[in-house]
Design a protein around this ligand. Structure first.
Ligand code: IMP
Length: 200
């Protein structure tokens, strides 16, 4: 199997940027669903894996190309793992400034000392003909801080301090630094290892 072109099943600019940058050195044409006017597939699954699979398969069916989808989210211990798979929908009007405020208010209301959280990511690659899917997982553990810090990244990055981040939030890191330790970077690193085997 040789893969020369991949459609990214995402309409999230932050994700598209991170994934495209990481795949750039591998001589694969990466085109996003936005550029091709492909639909934003509804996430009806209850797990990251289910959602990643359904997005990748749906767009592979429509486009006839290899499709890569990422489903990811922030799981907060004191909130029983929420917002988790609902992280995008948790933010009012998908405005993450508001989403962060809502999350911090909810966390404060628990009166919990536990600020532990993790980001999870499942990446699925769907084959255009068989529609078979292969999945890759990544996770990063850290804590939430109660004030937004930094301008980079997207989503909940300004309040997430990864354990390996020298006390900086993801939004205070460059994309390159974030990807070395992030859930998405880790899932993609596994995908890239498989890709190198396939494309040998
Ligand atoms: P979905 O995978 O399209 O359902 O969206 C996942 C949501 O989780 C994003 O919209 C963000 O709110 C959040 N998220 C996922 N990955 C990251 C990340 O790397 N940084 C910050 N927020 C993230």
């Amino acid at each position: 199997m040789t893969i020369k072109k991949i459609i990214l099943a995402s309409h999230n600019k932050g994700k598209i940027k991170e994934i495209s940058e990481l795949l750039q050195p591998y001589r694969i044409e990466v085109v996003s669903a936005v550029e091709l006017n492909l639909p934003d597939v509804e996430e009806t699954g209850t797990t990251f894996e289910e959602n990643a699979r359904l997005k990748a398969v749906e767009l592979a069916k429509i486009s006839g190309e290899f499709c890569l989808a990422d489903d990811s989210g922030l799981c907060v211990d004191a909130l029983g793992g929420r917002p988790g798979v609902y992280s995008a929908r948790y933010a009012p009007e998908r405005d993450f400034d508001k989403g962060i405020d809502k999350l911090l208010a909810e966390l404060k209301a628990t009166h919990s000392e536990n600020k532990n959280a993790h980001f999870s990511c499942v990446i699925a690659l769907a084959h255009p003909h068989t529609l078979n899917c292969q999945t890759f997982e990544g996770r990063v553990d850290g804590i939430l801080v109660d004030e937004k810090r930094g301008e980079n990244g997207f989503g909940y990055d300004p309040i997430f301090v990864p354990n390996e981040g020298n006390h900086r939030t993801f939004a205070e890191m460059s994309n390159e630094e974030k990807s070395k330790i992030s859930h998405r970077g880790r899932a993609l690193a596994q995908f890239i290892r498989s890709l190198q085997e396939w494309n040998k």
